[in-house]
Design a protein around this ligand. Structure first.
Ligand SMILES: Nc1ncnc2c1ncn2[C@@H]1O[C@H](COP(=O)(O)OP(=O)(O)OP(=O)(O)O)[C@@H](O)[C@H]1O
Ligand SMILES: [Mg+2]
Length: 302
């Protein structure tokens, strides 16, 4: 089941498209990293998903139901723009007010649970104005969590945080994802920030999705291997496995891939001794960051 699907989603402002024919597939239980440069259309997309903006065109479904279904919509927690918080109040006081506002049953218990879930359980009498930026962001996440959501939509919650703040947000999101089975859609313009937690990625460029890929497939695409073209790969591979240092191997499209193998000369020699000749030996190396840059970039913003 997909938690969020967007089909051919478009939004134009004064005739100019901010989002154009975008397709998005967020599986249930995913931490979906939504990545794109400044102005690519991340916030606009997320606002449409949350019902804060009306699409010009296209369709959004949440757990298979139209996104304007009130019941479905009520199970979405959102952190998009700066949440209204009273700086002179404590985290608990702020959340209690919000819990009352949205009519949460048993507000005290819900607030305590939300504070624990984001790691702010021990902030006591500390006022929000004394919070670090990371703590403020986690307070925003706690507020989004109050209504017992099954989807969280977070717009660049890591923006501007120091490494420690980023680490805390990561831990918080992992906990919400694993303990509460929340599907999380989180945007960023920096890949590295999400690469430790995302289970899926969507790359947006100039208002369109250029690629969606699972973290698993991505790591497969990005790993280093030696690529060997040879006439009978299934004959060659067994003896290479015996003699060449590698972390694994496979035959893909008639080519041999040796994971993390470095010694091309040894491979050549080994094949020569067995009466085989490679028509080509090359190395495949793809840096994660470079890979994303190539999908995201391309000069000017829309
Ligand atoms: N309310 C609006 N009126 C007019 N244009 C808008 C409006 N909101 C967004 N845009 C334009 O739509 C495009 C996409 O903006 P959006 O904020 O969705 O990008 P983003 O990916 O979130 O960027 P950033 O990383 O800077 O947050 C931009 O060109 C922006 O100027
Ligand atoms: Mg934005």
């Amino acid at each position: 089941m997909e938690a969020i699907s967007a089909i051919n989603l478009s939004k134009s402002f004064k005739g100019k498209y901010a989002v154009h024919g975008l397709n998005m597939h967020v599986p249930e239980g995913a931490i979906y990293g939504f990545i794109g440069e400044n102005g690519a259309g991340k916030s606009t997309t997320q606002k449409m998903i949350c019902g804060l903006l009306l699409p010009t065109k296209g369709e959004i479904t949440l757990f298979g139901k139209p996104a304007d279904d009130a019941e479905v919509r009520s199970h979405m927690g959102v952190l998009i723009e700066n949440p209204g918080v009273y700086m002179g109040w404590t985290a608990r006081e702020n959340l209690l007010l919000q819990a009352m506002n949205i009519g949460v049953e048993n507000p005290k218990k819900t607030v305590d649970e939300a504070l624990e879930a984001v790691g702010l359980g021990d902030t006591g009498k500390k006022k929000v104005r004394e919070f670090s930026l990371g703590m403020k962001q986690r307070l925003g996440i706690a507020a989004a969590f109050l209504g017992n959501p099954n989807i969280l939509v977070l717009d660049e919650p890591i923006n501007g945080l120091d490494p420690e703040g980023i680490r805390e947000i990561r831990q918080t999101l992992l906990r919400l994802n694993q303990e509460y089975h929340l599907t999380i859609l989180i945007s960023s313009h920096i890949l590295g920030e999400l690469s430790k937690i995302a289970t899926h990625y969507g790359i947006i460029k100039k208002g369109s999705m250029t690629k969606e890929i699972s973290a698993e497939d991505l790591s497969r695409e990005c790993r280093d291997y030696m690529r060997i073209k040879v006439l009978h790969p299934e004959k060659v591979l067994p003896y290479l496995k015996q003699h060449i240092q590698m972390d694994g191997s496979e035959i893909v499209d008639g080519e041999i891939h040796l994971l993390n193998a470095k010694d091309g000369a040894a491979v050549n020699q080994c094949m020569f001794q067995n009466g085989d000749i490679a028509s080509e030996i090359s190395f495949h190396q793809l840096d994660l960051e470079e890979y994303f840059m190539s999908l995201m970039g391309g000069g000017n913003n829309a």
